[in-house]
Design a binder for this molecule. Structure first.
Ligand SMILES: [Zn+2]
Length: 295
C-alpha cells in the first residue's frame, strides 16, 4: 500500500508535468468512464488528499455539467490502492500496451498513464469532498472556501425533509459543528430547531453554513468561547446555549429548551417522524428564543 508521501509525490509529478496544459487525448479502461473524452480539457492542478489523488480540470465552454448550477470545473479522482502508479513518457513515444493501464492523459508534451490505479471518478470539483471520505468540508480547515460553502449547502439540501438543526450537526454535511455552535447558529439565523431544510430558501441554508463557519473561525484561538462578542468579560458569551428559562439577550423573552433527535432524517409537514437513520436516538438538548427564532 503506497503511503501518503507516495501519493504526494505522484501528485507533485502529475502537477509538474501536466498542469497548465490542455489534454489532447485521453483514454479510460474503466467501465464508469469508458465513454469519457477529456480532450480539450485544461489540467489545472493535481493534489493529494490523504491517499486520494485529485486532478482538477476545466472543461471547454461547450461542456458544462447538468443540473441547477452548471460548472466547467471537474475533478478526476483516483486512488493508488495496493499497487497503482502513474507513469510518464514523452508524448511521441509508442503507447504502452500493458493491460494494467487503466487510464491515459496526453498533452502535447507528455503522456501520463495509470497502472492498476483504481477508484476513477469524474465529478464537479465542488463535489469532490463526496469522494474523499465521509466527512463534509472542514469548517476549520485553513483553506475552507466558497467551494466548501457550496458543497456543504448542497449536501444539506439533499435531504429536504430533515431539520436544518440536525443537518448542521451531521459531519457528513460539514465537519466541525457541535451542539454549542448548532444552537448559537440557529439563534443567529432565526430558525427554530424543527424547521425542515425544504421549508426554507436555499439562501437560508447558506446563511447557516456561513454563520457556523464565522463562529468557529472567530473562536479558533479564543477562550472562553464566545458567539456574542462579549467574551472579554468571560460571561454573557453565548446567546441561548444552556440558558433555558433565562431572558433572551436580544429581546428579553424567556429562552426555551427541549430535546431534539438528530437521528431523524425526515420529518412530515406536522413534525411527525418519517425516517430515521437506524441508529439509536441521538437526543440532545436544544435551546431557542421563541421571539427571535420564528422561522
Ligand atoms: Zn429573543
Amino acid at each position: 500500500m503506497p503511503e501518503g508521501d507516495t501519493v504526494l509525490q505522484t501528485a507533485a509529478r502529475l502537477h509538474q508535468l501536466l498542469a497548465g496544459d490542455v489534454v489532447v487525448r485521453s483514454e479510460f479502461r474503466v467501465p464508469q468512464l469508458a465513454t469519457t473524452d477529456l480532450s480539450g480539457w485544461l489540467v489545472r492542478e493535481a493534489i493529494p488528499v490523504g491517499k486520494h489523488l485529485l486532478i482538477r480540470l476545466r472543461a471547454p465552454v461547450e461542456v458544462v455539467s447538468k443540473g441547477a448550477r452548471p460548472t466547467r470545473d471537474f475533478t478526476l479522482h483516483s486512488h493508488l490502492m495496493m499497487d497503482g502508479m502513474w507513469r510518464f513518457q514523452e508524448a511521441g513515444w509508442p503507447r504502452p500496451r500493458d493491460f494494467r493501464v487503466r487510464a491515459m492523459l496526453e498533452t502535447a508534451r507528455v503522456r501520463a498513464y495509470a497502472e492498476d490505479v483504481q477508484g476513477f471518478e469524474l465529478v464537479p470539483t465542488r463535489d469532490e469532498a463526496t469522494l474523499i471520505g465521509h466527512l463534509g468540508p472542514d469548517l476549520l480547515h485553513p483553506s475552507f472556501s466558497e467551494r466548501d460553502v457550496e458543497a456543504s449547502v448542497e449536501r444539506i439540501l439533499a435531504r429536504p425533509a430533515r431539520s436544518v438543526s440536525s443537518a448542521l450537526m451531521d459531519q457528513r454535511n460539514l465537519a466541525g459543528i457541535g451542539n454549542i455552535y448548532r444552537n448559537e447558529t440557529m439563534f443567529l439565523i432565526g430558525l427554530r430547531h424543527g424547521v425542515r431544510v425544504g421549508d426554507v430558501a436555499a439562501e437560508k441554508v447558506e446563511e447557516a453554513v456561513r454563520t457556523a463557519h464565522r463562529l468557529l473561525d472567530l473562536n479558533k484561538f479564543r477562550l472562553p468561547r464566545s458567539t456574542t462578542g462579549l467574551a472579554a468579560r468571560g460571561r454573557d458569551s453565548l446567546w441561548v446555549y444552556v440558558r433555558g428559562g433565562r431572558p433572551c439577550r436580544r429581546c428579553g423573552e424567556r429562552i426555551l429548551v427541549a430535546e431534539h433527535d438528530d437521528s431523524v432524517l425526515a420529518l412530515g409537514p406536522s413534525g411527525e417522524v418519517l425516517e430515521r437513520d437506524g441508529r439509536p436516538l441521538k437526543l440532545r438538548w436544544v435551546w431557542w428564543c421563541p421571539r427571535c427564532q420564528r422561522g
